[in-house]
Every structure is written in C-alpha cells, then in structure tokens.
Design a protein around this ligand. Structure first.
Ligand code: GLY
Length: 366
C-alpha cells in the first residue's frame, strides 16, 4: 500500500494506492462515513465491480445506493448533471456527506462537479477505475461537464476528500485503454523528470503487461508528481500546473479532427501531441533532435501514435491550427504552448507563431 498526500492547506487529502483495494473499500472509507450513507455514482462498465464495492461498505455498516449512468463522454452533460443532483437531493444527501465517484474520468468529472454545487458543496471521494483517471483526472480537483461549445467548458476546481486507487481494476480494462492512459504516465517524465522517463523506457512493457509492482510504482510516482505540481499551483494561475497540459494543445487539434471519438482516444491524442511538441521544439532549435526522436521511438515501442500519420490524421496544418483556436487554453488572443529544451525540460511559451506551427504541421508525414 502507498499513501501519497496532496498538500493544499484545509483542502489537503490522501491518495491511497493498493491492489485489490476495491474489496477493502469499506474499511478505507469508514472514517469518513460518520454513520451516514455514501451514495455511489458509476457507469454501466463498472456494473460487475459495483456489488463488491457495496458489499464492502455494507460490511462496515455503510449504506450505499448507486446511480448507474451510461458509459462514455456523452454522459458528461447538463442533463446528467441535473440527473445526478436530483438523485442526490432525493436521497437526502447533506453537506457533510460523501459521494463516491466510481469510474473513469467522465464519472469523476461529472460527480465532482455535482458535489461542488450540491447544497453549495458537499464532499466526494474519487475511486478512479481507468489508468488515465488514476494517474491524472482523479487528482487535483478539476471537475467539469461538456457544453455544446466544447469539452470541459463548465466546471469548478473542487478537491475530493480522498482518492482510492486499486491498480488491479486495470486487469479488466481493454488493453487499448490502458495503453492510452499510459501516455499520461510517461508525460510526467517528459515534463520535468528525466529519470522517470528512463524508468518508463525500461519498464513500460512490464507495466502494460499488468506487472503489479511496475503498475503500482508508475501510478504512485505519477500521482506524487501531480500532487507536487497541484500543490504549487492549484488553480492553474502561475503556469506551473499548465505543464500538465504537455501535448494537449496539439492533441486537442487531433481529437477535434477525429470528432472526439473512439478513432483517437484522449491518451492517444496526448501521445501524438507530445511527440509533436518535442518535434516542434527541435525544429525551433530548442530541443536536441535526438531527444525528440527518442520520445517518438518510445511511444512507437509501446504502440502509441508518435505523430499525425500514426494518429491517422490527413488534415492540413491550417485545419489543425483552426481547431487549436477553439481550445479553452486561449488567453488574451494567444495560445500558450508547452515546448521543451530536452527530455524532462518542458516550459510554457506564450509567443509561438501560429503560422510557423501551420508550416510545421504541413511538413509532417501523412
Ligand atoms: N489534467 C491536467 C490538470 O489536472 O491540470
């Protein structure tokens, strides 16, 4: 078992990582229950695991009704926000109660946002079940739904009271989804931790094959990195937390081009986006070419896209840059980019010339 603290003053909390924690969730949550029920919001994919969670809670005297929503990104909408909040109100949830978000990023984001507004804010626990949500979205308090104009445009910074991570839940996840989540693991090495990138190069194979030690180490290291960054810049105001968006501006354009669909999963877009951020930094003479090639080679080796061609993108540079202009990271008419001086040396640049990015993208193999 590993405990990683997130230090945020009176909003501090722990991340507890432990294989088969699902079966021990009751004892892990008992100190929060205070004799009250703990409602669970989850999705159809988690139905096989839900009875295990509820039995574990029942064993320590915690009642837990569940709302099972459809799986998928489309669930993160206004209608389901209303559905979740109405359901919680009908259950008689009080402000000091804890709601459990049991699922991937969609369930975590939606439930966290519902908790942030219900009765002006009640408590919630993140119990992420995908690699992507375990190493990224469940930690740090970003919660949101999508609006007609785009992804995550309506939301709040709202921290959970606890994060429970059971790496064994990944055993039943499709391999493609685990691989996509791995992009957010190696991201931490590429941001500011060369030694962790080297660890990833040596251990990604074991991790993706389900080796328990490699998996637990990767998750613990990733959430510790995220906790450190969020602890320094909770609301993404100083530029520090923005480092977590490495690969996301290029990736967002690729995801938009594929209609945010299963053609390109978010983690796959991030992988290709990180390779492009490194290649673009090399083109600008900021980053050694061999570093950009080494990053691309690693992504290829684990089966992740290393650029436009591998991501199946044929669109022009102008079309992709047009998608970027709809990114919510636009500020003051400019688009901040995460560039790099080498592996583990990412920095924020607000002066990138979009005409040059267009030319760079046009020159990429299709
Ligand atoms: N996923 C990026 C962040 O939490 O800031």
């Amino acid at each position: 078992m590993t405990i990683v603290p997130v230090a945020l003053g009176d909003r501090s909390y722990d991340i507890r990582i432990e294989a088969n924690l699902l079966e021990r969730a009751g004892p892990a949550l008992a100190h929060l229950a205070n004799g009250r029920p703990m409602p669970i919001v989850t999705d159809q994919n988690l139905k096989p695991h839900l009875p295990v969670l509820q039995a574990s809670l029942r064993a320590v005297g915690i009642a837990s009704e569940a709302l099972v929503l459809p799986a998928g990104e489309a669930t993160k909408n206004w209608a389901n926000l209303e559905r979740v909040t109405d359901w919680l109100i009908a259950l008689g949830v009080e402000r000091s109660d804890h709601i459990i978000a049991f699922g991937g990023g969609v369930i975590g984001d939606l439930t966290g946002f519902a908790a942030s507004i219900l009765k002006r804010g009640c408590n919630f626990v993140q119990f992420p079940t995908t690699l992507l949500s375990q190493v990224d979205s469940s930690v740090g308090g970003k919660t949101a739904i999508n609006s007609a104009a785009g992804k995550n445009l309506v939301g709040a910074f709202y921290q959970p009271a606890l994060v429970l991570i059971d790496p064994a839940l990944l055993d039943t996840l499709p391999r493609r989804e685990v691989r996509a989540g791995y992009a957010e693991v190696v991201k931490y090495g590429l941001i500011d931790d060369f030694a962790f990138f080297e660890w990833c190069e040596a251990n990604a194979g074991a991790l993706l094959a389900g080796d328990p030690q490699a998996r637990e180490h990767a998750i613990a290291h990733s959430v510790a990195a995220k906790a450190r960054i969020v602890g320094q810049d909770e609301r993404e105001t100083t530029g520090k937390r923005a480092l977590l968006n490495l690969g996301h501006t290029f990736g967002h354009a690729l995801e938009a081009e594929t209609g945010f669909s299963d053609k390109l999963l978010h983690g796959e877009g991030v992988a290709a986006g990180m390779a492009l951020a490194y290649a673009y930094s090399a083109r600008l003479g900021l980053c050694p070419t061999q570093d950009a090639e080494r990053v691309a080679a690693h992504l290829r080796a684990v089966g992740l896209p290393d650029g436009l061609k591998a991501a199946g993108i044929t669109a022009s540079g102008a079309t992709l840059v047009e998608h970027m202009l709809h990114d919510k990271k636009m500020a003051g008419g400019t688009l901040p980019f995460l560039l790099t001086r080498g592996i583990g040396q990412t920095f924020l640049d607000k002066t990138v010339d979009l005409a040059d990015v267009t030319a760079f993208l046009d020159a990429q193999p299709r």
